[in-house]
Design a protein around this ligand. Structure first.
Ligand code: NAI
Length: 254
């Protein structure tokens, strides 16, 4: 691993790392040398991700902590656990999120509106406040936003509004946390067919060909969790030392 991407001796928290993109991020950060706390709601999933990291050749170690990201107290406990286990906290990835509901805003159930904002936007607010308390001087925060936070899509106004909020929080935090030498960036993934996405859209792998043709991506293929993880690694490593407040689209297209 080149020095620019070497995370040896650092400690990281990745929320929503029980599966999908978060699992890819936690795995790659451990491969780069970071000790990682895998956090999500499902104990089974995060324990199996942490066990797979610990059984692999990755130099970083992993532990699991069940956490509901919409709870401020749970996020404080998560940050404290990371600092207690690994003696420091350097990297925090607010990745948990998503919405399985598609509905025009005027027909959207108000409870779904509240849930979407809690899991996608308030989670970042709680996460950053908890992380900064443990980080002290220096650190890197990455928020998983979405292209939906940049471009409107009918039926996903609740999700788009939450992710657009994440983008603005990212920029504001970058300015506010500069004096502590904490960098804050967001990644806006394009379409990454994780199991959740496939289930929500009732898709199988056989549907990918026609979808790819329809999307006409310049990169010529759909995304993978590792594509997003690679960008996180760039942002949190020394490679990203002069990058803060950015909302980086990683989508195989513009
Ligand atoms: P996923 O559904 O595969 O994984 C989400 C993870 O978050 C799971 O481990 C789940 O347990 C956890 N999670 C959900 N709600 C939680 C809560 N309240 N507390 C703690 N953990 C919770 O999702 P996927 O596809 O990997 O997406 C990850 C992130 O990337 C999300 O923020 C999503 O909005 C974003 N994204 C995904 C895209 C895609 O095409 N897959 C595209 C753009 C953005």
């Amino acid at each position: 691993m080149h020095d620019l991407f070497d995370l040896s001796g650092k400690s990281a928290v990745v929320t929503g790392s029980g599966r999908g993109i978060g699992k890819g991020i936690a795995t790659l950060l451990a491969e780069a040398g970071a000790n990682v706390v895998c956090a999500a709601r499902s104990a089974d999933q995060i324990e199996s991700v942490a066990a797979a990291i610990n059984a692999s050749d990755a130099p970083g170690r992993a532990i699991a902590k069940v956490t509901d990201v919409s709870s401020a107290d749970a996020m404080s406990a998560l940050a404290a656990r990371a600092a207690e286990e690994f003696g420091r906290l350097d990297i925090w990835v607010n990745n948990a999120g998503g919405s399985l509901v598609s509905a025009p805003i005027v027909e959207l159930d108000p409870e779904e509106w509240e849930r979407t904002l809690a899991v996608n936007l308030s989670s970042v607010f709680h996460g950053v406040r908890a992380a900064v308390k443990q980080m002290g001087e220096g650190g890197s925060i990455v928020n998983t936003s979405s292209m939906a936070g940049r471009d409107p899509f009918p039926g996903s106004g609740h999700y788009s509004a939450a992710k657009a909020g994440v983008n603005m929080l990212t920029k504001t935090l970058a300015l506010e946390l500069g004096e502590k030498r904490i960098r804050v960036n967001a990644i806006l993934p394009g379409f990454v067919p994780t199991d959740t996405v496939k289930k929500a859209l009732d898709m199988t792998d056989a549907d990918f060909g026609p979808l790819l043709e329809q999307l006409n991506l310049p990169a010529g293929r759909l995304g993978t969790p590792r594509d997003i993880a690679a960008c996180v690694l760039y942002l949190v490593g020394d490679s990203g030392e002069w990058v803060t407040g950015q909302c980086l689209t990683v989508a195989g297209t513009v």
